[in-house]
Design a protein around this ligand. Structure first.
Ligand code: GLA
Length: 406
C-alpha cells in the first residue's frame, strides 16, 4: 500500500500474520497456571482448532453439505483436577470481556449452570453442563488462543471443543467424536444463545491434517478430501469488522429456511430440488424464495466443488466459490461492503482461482484459493484496494482437537 504524506511516500508491504504456534501458547498457559495457582504445574493440556469453510455456507442447519477445514490456529487449555466442587478458569485471550478469571460450582440436577457474565465463560459453563459423563470433578484451568476472537473463524467452537477435550482427560467419556461435537453445539445453543449448525464443532473435533472435510450434516458422516497441493495456497483475509446484525440475522435466516421447507412439504431444504422450489414459487414470498434458492443451490455446489477438488480442477472449484459468494450476497443477504471489497480485489489478481466470504457473514473473513506464487501479489493488491485494514493468514488444513504432551 502506498500513501503520500508531504513529500514522502510510505510503502507498507502486505504481510501475512504469523500464527502463534501451539508450543508457545502452551508454555504461556502453563506459566500463568503456575503463577496463579501457587506454583503448581498443570497436568492436563489439550487444544482444539478454529476453522475456515471453503464452501457450503448456511447449509449445515438445513441438513446439507459443508466443506470446512481445521486451522492451525487453536485454543489451548491446561489445568488439573481438584478435590472440591469448584471450577476456576482463567483466560489469556486479550479480546475476552472482563473479568478474565471466573469461579463457579459444578452443576447438579437441581442447580444447572446458567448463562451470565463474563460472556466468554458461558462457553466453558455450557460444555461443563452438556458434558456426556456426569458428575465431573472440580478443576482449575488456563485458556489461551490464537484463533482471532469474533473473526468468523470459530473461536467459540474451538473454545467449546477445547473444554470438552479437557474434560475427557479428567473424566473420560466413550470417545464418540460425533456425540462430542453435538454436545458442544448444544452448549452454544443453550449458553451462547446462538442456534448454530454442526459444522464448526464437527470440524474442530474431526479435522484432519492436509484435508478438507466434506460433512453430511444430515447423517453426520464425513469424508476427508485431500488438500495439500504445495502449489496451492488458502489465504484468509480478516476484514477486521463485525456488524452488529450478526446476532439477530442468523436465527432469522434459520427460521426462513425452516418456513420454506414446510411450504415445500419437506422435512428440510436438503430434500428440496430447484424444481420443487419453482413449483411452489407462488406460495413463497420473494425473500423466502431467495433464501431457499441459495440453500438448495449451495448444497449442490458443495458436492460439485468436492468433485472438482478430487480432480485437482481448482479453476472449477474457484468458480463455484465465486458463485457461492454471489448467492450469499444476492439471495441470502449476509455479505457487507467490506467483504465485497475484499472478494472483488482478490478476484482481480492473476493466479487467484476463487474467493468468497466465509462463515456466518456481516463481517469476519474471506477465503481465497490461489496459486502459491501469486500470494504476495494478492495480499499487496487486496491491501491496496481495501478501505479498512486487513489481516492475512496463510493457512493449511490442520488436525482436529487433541491432548498435548506436557
Ligand atoms: C456460523 C455457524 C455455522 C454455520 C455458519 C454458516 O459459523 O456457527 O453452524 O451455520 O455460520 O455457514
Amino acid at each position: 500500500m502506498a500513501s503520500t504524506t508531504g513529500n514522502h511516500t510510505i510503502v507498507t508491504m502486505a504481510k501475512s500474520c504469523p500464527i502463534q504456534n501451539v508450543a508457545d501458547l502452551l508454555s504461556e498457559a502453563r506459566r500463568v497456571y503456575r503463577e496463579r495457582f501457587d506454583g503448581d504445574d498443570a497436568n492436563i493440556a489439550v487444544c482444539a482448532p478454529g476453522r475456515v469453510n471453503l464452501i457450503g455456507e448456511h447449509t449445515d442447519y438445513n441438513q446439507g453439505f459443508v466443506l470446512p477445514m481445521a486451522l492451525p490456529m487453536v485454543t489451548v487449555m491446561v489445568g488439573s483436577k481438584t478435590s472440591g466442587q469448584n471450577c476456576c478458569v482463567v483466560t489469556l485471550t486479550e479480546a475476552a470481556d472482563e473479568p478474565r478469571v471466573v469461579d463457579f460450582d459444578l452443576p447438579t440436577e437441581l442447580t444447572p449452570l446458567l448463562r451470565g457474565q463474563p460472556n466468554w465463560a458461558n462457553y466453558v459453563k455450557g460444555v461443563v453442563q452438556h458434558y456426556r459423563v456426569q458428575p465431573i470433578p472440580g478443576f482449575r484451568a488456563v485458556i489461551a488462543s490464537s484463533v482471532p476472537l469474533g473473526g468468523g473463524l470459530s473461536s467459540s467452537a474451538s473454545l467449546e471443543v477445547a473444554v470438552y477435550t479437557f474434560l475427557q482427560q479428567l473424566c473420560p467419556d466413550d470417545g464418540d467424536q460425533v456425540a462430542k461435537a453435538v454436545a458442544c453445539q448444544q452448549a452454544e445453543h443453550t449458553h451462547a444463545a446462538v442456534p448454530c449448525g454442526i459444522m464448526d464443532q464437527f470440524v474442530s473435533v474431526l479435522g484432519k491434517e492436509g484435508h478438507a472435510l466434506l460433512i453430511d450434516c444430515r447423517s453426520l458422516e464425513a469424508i476427508a478430501v485431500p488438500l495439500a497441493d504445495p502449489g496451492l495456497v488458502i489465504l484468509i483475509t480478516n476484514s477486521n469488522v463485525r456488524h452488529s446484525l450478526t446476532g439477530s440475522e442468523y436465527p432469522t435466516r434459520r427460521k426462513q429456511c425452516e418456513e420454506a421447507a414446510v411450504i415445500l412439504g419437506k422435512s428440510s431444504l436438503r430434500d428440496a430440488t430447484l424444481q420443487d422450489l419453482e413449483a411452489a414459487k407462488d406460495r413463497l414470498d420473494s425473500v423466502t424464495y431467495r433464501r431457499a434458492r441459495h440453500v438448495i443451490e449451495e448444497i449442490e455446489r458443495t458436492s460439485q466443488a468436492v468433485e472438482a477438488l478430487k480432480k485437482g480442477d481448482y479453476k472449477e472449484f474457484g468458480k463455484l466459490m465465486v458463485e457461492s459468494h454471489n448467492s450469499l450476497r444476492e439471495n441470502y443477504e449476509v455479505s457487507c461492503p467490506e467483504l465485497e471489497e475484499l472478494v472483488s480485489a482478490a478476484l482481480e489478481v492473476d493466479g487467484v482461482f476463487g474467493s468468497r466470504m466465509t462463515g456466518g457473514g456481516f463481517g469476519g473473513c474471506t477465503v481465497t484459493l490461489l496459486q502459491a506464487h501469486a500470494t504476495e501479489r494478492a495480499m499487496e493488491h487486496i491491501q491496496e484496494k481495501y478501505h479498512g485494514s486487513p489481516t492475512f493468514y496463510i493457512t493449511t488444513p490442520s488436525e482436529g482437537a487433541r491432548a498435548l504432551r506436557l
